[in-house]
Write a protein that binds this ligand. Structure first.
Ligand code: ATP
Ligand code: MG
Length: 572
């Protein structure tokens, strides 16, 4: 029997000063987590129960989908990361360390290298494929801005799975099985979520989906089409065709003085032109040298799309003023595509393809060009979809206006293809006796982040409102009169009866005033509550309620058990 008096559950009214989102505030106040250092938390017993319940759901669905559990080391040798090429590429999120022999290691932020290394040593033949291995384990990523408690920690729990196949069709089948398993997991948790297309980022690969729990505080922007169901995260979202403005008779190119006017806003107002008639010129630093990107003045470049369009570029950042001056000999703020050095690669978003009378920087300090005309004035750029999609843009599938909302990315699945198996020579012999790299997939799910997301979706002004499947306990039995042994004995036997029926119960047997007990009950948010004691007990009754509507029902004590079982059933 879990008695609160002997449990370790300390609620507090104090909100940690760094707790910006409600899930972080409530997890701290409800005694679920305790911060040790930035982004590093202890899972206290009450929080760990929720984590354990989610883990059990995840295991059940992974096993049902044919995945097999194992646990890999969290400390990983640098050599494997050098083989895959990520030792250089991963950057500062990778926590690197040395052992006493000066050998380099990292704390695993993900496990592609480790798994590919042992699979290549064990598996040789197409007959041993496919398989899918998963673990639930601690990861470390030295996040630039750890925040929101478990939502973006540095040390955090992830379920990660890796599949190995002989053919693309086999990968497609495993991927589909994982996608369905993820849907069942988030449904089983009682969460509102969407599945969206995602960019494959530094992990690489051909196709990827994210699972987003809808929440206003989510860090991810999600684009969706209410008409056809297209969904993508904003990094990935494509924009449908631009309607071309009507062709304008080309006016003569003209250079105008725009002293000190550098930003689009300044130039637009100075020239009395709408921002749509300006072309914004951005200079990026890449390992292939400087790259110029063009977008319509009222829109933003999506750096992820630009990076993908450049292919082979791993790092992209806006070039500094000094670098632009030094390498292009041009003043920042006045750069434009007309007459730009032939050696510089120019990519243009499709938004500017239809503009035939636009203004842009003149490549001369304090000057802009107006009446610029493609072909006549500018060497042809490479056109691509580079724009950051915004609300109302046309859907790339059906053309209807797109919506934009926020979400918490709780799961992410990738078709990796042969990226790691080629780099690390993880090969098998096919039916014809030839050697081929295995075809991989990887499937991540944030355990702590999902629990936090459940609280973002389930709370009110007084505390957490748990969905039953993730609640640390299903029922709270409140012993309202700690000094009345008869009432406490009745409460205790109700707890025992519930436990006898397989229900997990927290028994509030603390020597506290009713007001404290009720406040705490609301804060910790267990779905079903039974109050035994006080006036109602004197009348032979127990008071039952559900956390989400708090409607109280009085029942004779003898009927409390069946009624509670019925209430629990209703929440399932
Ligand atoms: P994000 O874009 O939020 O940083 P990611 O794309 O880096 O996420 P993945 O590498 O796909 O994340 O990891 C798989 C899952 O692990 C994510 O979907 C998320 O649920 C979880 N996760 C990733 N980073 C963190 C973190 N810092 N804290 C908690 N959970 C995380
Ligand atoms: Mg990340």
């Amino acid at each position: 029997m879990t008695r609160w008096s002997g449990y370790y559950l300390h609620t507090t009214r104090e909100v940690p000063s760094d707790a910006e989102v409600v899930s972080h505030q409530l997890m701290a106040r409800a005694g679920m987590i305790k911060k040790l250092a930035a982004g590093i938390y202890t899972y206290l017993p009450f929080g760990w129960r929720s984590i354990a319940k989610l883990s059990a759901i995840v295991r059940r669905e992974m096993d049902a989908a044919g995945a097999v559990e194992l646990v890999m080391p969290s400390i990983q040798p640098a050599e494997l990361w050098q083989e895959s090429g990520r030792w250089q590429r991963y950057g500062k999120e990778l926590l690197r360390m040395k052992d006493r022999h000066d050998r380099e290691f990292c704390y695993g932020p993900t496990h592609e290298e480790v798994i590919t290394d042992f699979v290549r040593r064990d598996v040789k033949s197409y007959r041993q494929l496919p398989f899918n291995l998963y673990q639930i384990q601690t990861k470390f990523r030295d996040e630039i801005r750890p925040r929101f408690g478990l939502m973006r920690g540095r040390e955090f729990l992830m379920k990660d799975a890796y599949s190995f196949s002989a053919t693309e069709e086999s990968l497609d089948r495993v991927y589909e099985a994982m996608r369905n398993a993820y849907c069942r997991i988030f449904e089983a948790c009682g969460l509102a979520y969407t599945v969206v297309e995602a960019d494959t980022g530094t992990i690489g690969g051909s196709s990827s989906h994210e699972f987003m729990v809808t929440a206003a505080t989510g860090e991810s922007a999600v684009v969706h089409c209410p008409a056809c169901g297209y969904g993508a995260n904003q990094e990935k979202a494509e924009r449908g065709e631009w309607t071309r403005p009507p062709a304008e008779p080309p006016a003569a190119l003209e250079k105008v003085a725009t002293p000190g006017k550098k930003t689009i806003e300044e130039v637009a107002s100075f020239l009395a032109l709408p921002k749509e008639k300006l072309v914004k010129t951005l200079v990026y630093n890449t390992e292939q040298g400087l790259v110029v990107a063009l977008v319509r003045g009222d829109r933003e470049i999506n750096p992820v799309k630009l990076q993908n369009a450049l292919s082979g570029v791993d790092h992209l950042e806006l070039a500094s003023e000094e670098r632009i001056e030094r390498e292009l000999g041009l003043p920042t703020g006045f750069v434009g595509p007309v007459g730009l050095d032939e050696g510089v690669r120019i990519l243009a978003d499709r938004s500017v393809a239809g503009l035939d009378d636009f203004a842009c920087g003149a490549n001369e300090a304090d000057h802009h060009l107006i009446h610029v005309h493609w072909q006549r004035d500018v060497r042809l750029a490479e056109f691509a979809d580079l724009v950051l999609v915004v609300e109302g843009d046309p859907c790339p599938r059906c053309g209807s206006p797109l919506g934009l909302s926020r979400g918490i990315e709780v799961g992410h699945i990738f078709k990796l293809g042969t990226k790691y198996s080629e780099a690390m020579k993880c090969e098998f012999t096919d039916e014809a006796g030839g050697n081929r790299p295995m075809i991989m997939g990887c499937y991540g799910l944030g355990i702590g982040r999902t629990v936090a997301a459940a609280i973002e979706q389930g709370h009110d002004a007084d505390g957490i409102v748990w969905p039953l499947p993730l609640a640390p306990f299903s029922v709270l039995v409140v012993g309202l009169s700690p000094n009345d042994p008869v009432a406490m004995a009745a409460a205790e036997s109700l707890v025992a009866e519930l436990e006898g029926r397989g229900v997990d119960v927290l028994f509030d047997d603390r020597d506290e005033r009713p007001g404290v007990k009720f406040k705490d009950a609301d804060l910790i948010g267990l779905p079903v509550r039974a109050v035994v004691g006080g006036k109602s007990f004197a009348a032979g009754q127990a008071e039952l309620s559900l956390r989400h509507d708090r409607e109280r029902i009085s029942v004779p004590l003898a009927e409390a058990l069946p009624k509670l079982l019925e209430l629990i059933d209703r929440l399932r």
